[in-house]
Design a protein around this ligand. Sequence first.
Ligand SMILES: [Zn+2]
Length: 261
Amino acid sequence: MNEQQFTPFLQQLKLLNPSQKQRLHHNLEALETSAEEVLTVKATLRECPHCQSEKLKPWGSSHGLPRYRCVKCLKTCNPLTKSPLARLRKRDKWLLYAQALIDGLSIRKAAKLCGVNKNTAFQWRHRFLALANTHQAIHEEGIVEADETFFLESFKGQRNLPREARKRGGVGKTRGTSDDQIPVLVVRDRHKSTATIILDRIDAIHIEAALSPLVDSDAILCTDGAAVYSAFCKKTGIEHEVIKSKGPRARGAFHIQNVNI
Ligand SMILES: [Zn+2]
């Protein structure tokens, strides 16, 4: 949306009734959550990233992050040490940038929005995807939410390629948009065990390969009801709770707003 469209859009917000305001709020929150899921890093460290010793002492803070000192190797570290986000600057812009990519902006536009140059933006995208790949919960149980989000793959977006609308494909068909988007499957349970899995394609085979080793057979899988998830549940006998993304997003204890975009 350009600025000319955005101003009247903002004015229209005044017309919303309380229930519509609440829905808008939930949807905005869900938008935020998506980038946060991809960029989740543990706020505290359990073990030294240098030597894996669990003997860490709080050691003040630096650049707004808690710092620790390892009793064994005497090195200092923070929650980002040795992670794909280590030494990246402008941390306050990361979420905005990740969300811009998820929302389908080209890297150039996302960079402009965040006030960073193109090289930085390209490096960030690479690191964010690398980080997403490190979020590998090995077991999800109870109520498990799954949904996918997309990262623009490369500079392709700059060439104004016509992008297909996001389709809900049948089993075996590729879900998602065009080839320039990398699908990231986000799976999370109520213990906040999160796995973010970068998929080659969103189809029945790849979804099954990603979910089978992860989701407990007694779990209840909450999704938006896309055919790929239904097929997985049917095949494995895992209970499937469909939460339609239109209308109220939460139904009782089941919701996918933690992972939906
Ligand atoms: Zn150490």
